[in-house]
Design a protein around this ligand. Sequence first.
Ligand SMILES: Nc1ncnc2c1ncn2[C@@H]1O[C@H](COP(=O)(O)OP(=O)(O)OP(=O)(O)O)[C@@H](O)[C@H]1O
Ligand SMILES: [Mg+2]
Length: 220
Amino acid sequence: MIVACWSVKGGVGTTVVAAGTALSSSERRGWPVLLVDLAGDLPYCLGVADQTGSGVAEWSSTGPMVPADALSRLCRPVAPALELLTRGSGPLAEERADLFVQLLAESGRTVVVDCGRIEDSAFASTVAARAHRSLLVTRLCGLALRRATRAPLRPSGVVVVREPGRAMSARDVENVLHAPVVAELSLDPAVARAVDAGLFVARRPRSFSAAVDAVTGRVA
Ligand SMILES: Nc1ncnc2c1ncn2[C@@H]1O[C@H](COP(=O)(O)OP(=O)(O)OP(=O)(O)O)[C@@H](O)[C@H]1O
Ligand SMILES: [Mg+2]
């Protein structure tokens, strides 16, 4: 099962949603989960920013003779039952995206992918299009929804990050995008503080974990 998280506007919380979804799924089910970073911020978000080195970019730029287990050898443990595949450096070679999705699907794990802003990378866009669940992460913002209707990709579900004072509802989102809202998260300063302190794995708020459980509950 591949779950792709993506956005049409930057800074909405996509990376935090992907990290929280993967952590919650691995903790709750004890089922092996692979978290894949195609945007570059997950090591920092998870407090493992020292774990740099080769990742998806290097794998995608190698020729067809790359060993079958090359991808799995790039994965690093970040929590019990959770491994991280980092983005690496350089471009993500679009022509390798189909094989990448196939290998993820064959991994036998729940795979959560941070695809970032969908218009930034053709590779990430292909992954999001082929994923079993393709989740748009968005604020309740009219401009974001307008942009989402023009995106090259239709989401199979939407994760809403709710800011105080917004007049829109989840129903408005569903009416505009014709996709179900699978989770609604609040903008919680404790989430931002946990990320900033590099303590998101150990100290993210319970309310946040409960909210993203709605994502994993419907996908795993
Ligand atoms: N639910 C939340 N509550 C409070 N702060 C949050 C929440 N989700 C994300 N943030 C904060 O908002 C900022 C942006 O989050 P994040 O990096 O996940 O967004 P993004 O959509 O991945 O951004 P980018 O487009 O740059 O990749 C970060 O400072 C993060 O800590
Ligand atoms: Mg991000």
